[in-house]
Write a protein that binds this ligand. Structure first.
Ligand code: AVI
Length: 298
């Protein structure tokens, strides 16, 4: 981890993986983002689940081993429990402490569902412990988190899911108007800015770095040719940052690239699923605010 972060900071285009956005405060800030009027994906996806819940449950069936990738506060999966009636629930998240708190209270609400919480980085390894049943595995990957991988990495990740013996229920954000996307990733209240800047707090803690948050500004915008929203942190003036074992000079205006959020066409994403060996069996969308929920079989 230290090497990965140091290399990222020293690269010509400084880059830090978006997974470092999620320290405990970052996870809370992301929850707040999901409440923002500008950030439509969470609401749109929830509306699709509300409108088509019965169809989705019929497609997926009862009694699955529901493996929730990037579960966070587990709220999205919990809303589906009454419909999907899973036999086992396996929430996975890199932010292990945050996850355990959420699962403890969820287990009290749903005592009949066996729950196994896993604090791990599923993007680098998907080796699941024996406690996770191999039968009827359904990977649940909502919120367009797949968009945080570049398409090539998304493809190899989807292949790994398929090899891990699971069907897939996935939510993916679709290409839309630039103004809508720009506002969603640079909201008026500045919550996304706080989420992005908090990455520097996390780096200070992990590396013993001396980032001063006031010296940086948030940038978040849709890049249409790359079909992705990009988030960056931009130096407000010339800055030297030091950390255990390294230092770097950033000129005013220079940026650290912190996140990509790829936006797909529905057909383009279904092609990616097919390339990964999945059969996209059923899809549900919201026409007003394009977003795709897809059930894919292995
Ligand atoms: C978690 N992920 C799908 C979010 C997204 O939309 O790419 C993270 C996020 N970044 C800024 N706002 C939300």
């Amino acid at each position: 981890m230290i090497d990965e972060l140091t290399q990222g900071l020293l690269a010509r285009q400084a880059t830090i993986s978006p997974k470092y956005l999620y320290d405990p405060l970052g996870s809370r800030l992301f929850e707040a983002i999901c409440e923002l009027p500008e950030y439509y994906p969470t609401r749109t996806e929830a509306a699709i689940f509300d409108a088509h819940g019965a169809d989705i449950a019929e497609a997926v069936g009862h009694g699955a081993t529901l493996i929730d990738l990037g579960a966070g506060n587990c709220a999205k999966a919990a809303r589906l429990f009454p419909l999907l009636k899973p036999a086992q629930y396996v929430p996975i998240d890199i932010s292990a402490d945050f996850l355990r708190g959420a699962v403890d209270s969820l287990q009290r609400r749903f005592p009949d569902i066996a729950m196994t919480a896993l604090g791990m980085d599923f993007s680098s390894s998907l080796v699941l412990p024996d406690a996770v049943r191999r039968e009827r595995r359904l990977f649940f990957y909502p919120g367009s988190s797949i968009g945080n991988f570049d398409p090539e990495t998304a493809l190899s990740f989807l292949r790994r899911l398929r090899e891990a013996n699971g069907d897939l229920l996935i939510g993916v954000d679709l290409i839309k108007d630039k103004a809508v996307l720009d506002a969603a990733y640079d909201d008026a209240l500045g919550v996304t800015a706080a989420f992005n800047l908090n990455l520097l707090n996390h780096l200070n803690a992990l590396l013993g770095a001396d980032f001063q948050l006031r010296e940086w500004r948030h940038r978040g915008f849709f890049h249409a040719e790359r079909s992705r929203v990009e988030m960056h942190l931009e130096a407000r003036r010339d800055i030297v940052v030091r950390w255990r074992g390294g230092e770097r000079r950033f000129a005013e205006g220079e940026r650290i690239h912190t996140e990509n959020s790829y936006k797909y066409s529905a057909d383009g994403f279904c092609d990616l699923l097919r390339q990964a060996g999945f059969e996209p069996a059923q899809r549900w969308t919201d026409e007003r605010n394009p977003f795709l929920v897809c059930h894919a079989r292995r």
